[in-house]
Design a protein around this ligand. Sequence first.
Ligand SMILES: N[C@@H](CCC(=O)N[C@@H](CS)C(=O)NCC(=O)O)C(=O)O
Length: 287
Amino acid sequence: MVELIDSDIRTREVLSWDGLHVLHGRMSSCSQKLRIFLNLKGIEWQGHEMNLAESETYSDWFMGINPRGLVPVVVWDGRVFIESNDILAMFEEKFPEPCLFPANKHREIDALLQQEDDLHLDLRTLSFRFVLGRTGSNKSSAVLDQYRGYDAKVAGEPDIDRREHELDFYERLAEEGLSDDLVRVSAKKFWAAFDELETRLSASPYFLGEKISVLDIAWFVYASRLHLGGYPFARLFPNIHEWRQGLASDERFAQEVLPPAPLQELIARNQAAWAQAGTTLSDVVGL
Ligand SMILES: N[C@@H](CCC(=O)N[C@@H](CS)C(=O)NCC(=O)O)C(=O)O
């Protein structure tokens, strides 16, 4: 569990917030996963939406509660938690009903959630290019330098590794954009993961059997994002297609992955233009 200790927390005002607060991003996949989880558990929370396009999570204020500059963050009666998968596990322990981490499957869940976390920057790559239509960086070098330079700690230790990971992504984005080659590398990793998930879904309606688990939530978020980007699930992975559609008919899932109206319009415009130019996700990756 990644919980900040008192000396890590520089934005002291959050220590006096009452109740459960979630700092999140509307289109952030980890935030969507957490919101769906909270919906299924029926847990009440107060939201603080961060604008990722404007790099709000790199501000002094936000870095004072997450030295990694990432959403989601949970502030709960003066305690500050980061890392979405750890946060889900904590809520499972405190709110066991309905069970979303089946007791006998912890090892499998850990492995598949780790795989999901490892694919995070690949999702961002495909998402930026085929959902947001963004091929350049939204973060200036001044913003990145400031982010690198924070003397921020997690559990009292310098925490530069996670930031380096983000910096690599954004610096490469600024220098090289999102080339077809980069997109293909990311899509290949997803292909391998989906191939495995498709097989699981041929044996049962959900990834771990008859009941929805945290894995369905996590992968629903990824599949929904790629669906927005034009990923041809119906043609390539019919079980995943049906499973995603089934979950999307539940408002507790659907409302959290729905892009705001202006983004929906942008996606529709971009998809039409890419179809005409022969540069959709399927065209570029050769799906
Ligand atoms: N391992 C972290 C990853 C969190 C993460 O990467 N969050 C992204 C949004 S999904 C973020 O805050 N990005 C900020 C940005 O790119 O400006 C977790 O699971 O909480």
